[in-house]
Design a protein around this ligand. Sequence first.
Ligand SMILES: Cc1cc2nc3c(=O)[nH]c(=O)nc-3n(C[C@H](O)[C@H](O)[C@H](O)COP(=O)(O)OP(=O)(O)OC[C@H]3O[C@@H](n4cnc5c(N)ncnc54)[C@H](O)[C@@H]3O)c2cc1C
Length: 388
Amino acid sequence: MDFADSPQEAEFRRELRAWIDAQRPFPPVPADDDERVEYLSDWQRRLYDAGWVAVSFPEHDGGRGLPAVYEAIVLDELGAAGAPPVWHYGYVTRVIQMYGSAEQRRRFLAPAFRGEERWCQGFSEPGAGSDLSAISTRARLEGDHYVVSGQKVWTSEAHWAKWCLLLARSEPDRRRHDSLSCFIVPVDSPGLSVRPFRQITGSLEFAELFFDEVRVPVSMRIGEAGSGWRIAMSTVAFERGPADVGFIADFRRVLTHLEREVGEGRLRAAPEVLSRLVWAGIEVEALRLHVLSTLSRRARGVGAEDEMSIDKVLMTRADQNLAHVAVDLTGAGALTGQHPSILHQYMWSRAASVYGGSAQIQRDIIATRLLGLPRSSPRPPETVQVAD
Ligand SMILES: Cc1cc2nc3c(=O)[nH]c(=O)nc-3n(C[C@H](O)[C@H](O)[C@H](O)COP(=O)(O)OP(=O)(O)OC[C@H]3O[C@@H](n4cnc5c(N)ncnc54)[C@H](O)[C@@H]3O)c2cc1C
């Protein structure tokens, strides 16, 4: 594919760059959780009001109806400028746009784009992560409501969210994958308790959700009853594609910062560490180009959701190597609190090989669904050629 901008893309990029320049200086993203959420919500509102969020969503859903590659230009420019990223639940808005009713799209998309209403994703449970179809949360139909009971875990940012995209078993008599449905549930619903817990980063990133006979109107189900598996798989596929979570902008922001610190002599390191910084830059760039080609195929209506597992593997490697070299560059300062964001990024990067589906599961998807390799060898080969 041609990675150069078309004249229209170049014009879009120029306008965006001018807008970003007018927003400088960018205050650092606060370390405190509540302040960070406020800061990013405010930034998201400014981005959306200026027309830089959801650019590839249809105009009637609050977007600009541009091809998906324009999303990559936004991330490119934010990252290159060292600006804060877009809010990272773009994948939730994608599935509401794809599967939601006209009423749901009208109600939920614009406030999410603007950062006014935050979301969380209630899929994983204590007994179901990689094997997501094994969830045991039930949604029992009673008249015009479902009654939901069960427990979710690892629910990121639930305590700041207004809405939960919930996966629950509503059709227990059907085949496992046809028995699930997706719902939009207000996080402050009666019977729903949210118990945040603190991570090693010090952040209250996750929560456990306990549903005790929570009543959810039928109108809050997304799609048909029993179509939850399809919707959940689309959700995690978009979550794995870094374009929809804004990570590339974040990586480039860190990279730009480190390059500047090294270039201006504030950070010094052995040539071996500097060479790893260069490699980290190459990995971020490889990820950026791969995401660009994923988005370009998406714009042409080709390319499978499974391909986003490749982006996820590339993203995990870029994230973890960049964070590792950042810690080595900042040395003791990263550990003693002189560079708190670097240490935070390092610890957070360790989770990249787990959230959105573990690294092993992504490799499994690439091997079996994209490369067509067998799930397992049925029996050992009868003859083995041994090289002399
Ligand atoms: C930072 C973070 C944020 C998260 N946010 C959310 C969220 O907002 N909402 C949500 O619903 N979930 C969230 N999760 C949960 C995440 O999706 C799960 O942790 C992940 O899917 C793995 O599931 P599990 O933890 O149950 O591990 P398990 O499925 O028990 O896996 C344990 C280990 O076994 C390996 N394994 C399992 N099955 C196979 C297999 N078939 N082949 C090879 N290896 C296998 C896995 O790779 C892993 O290494 C989050 C997780 C993290 C770390």
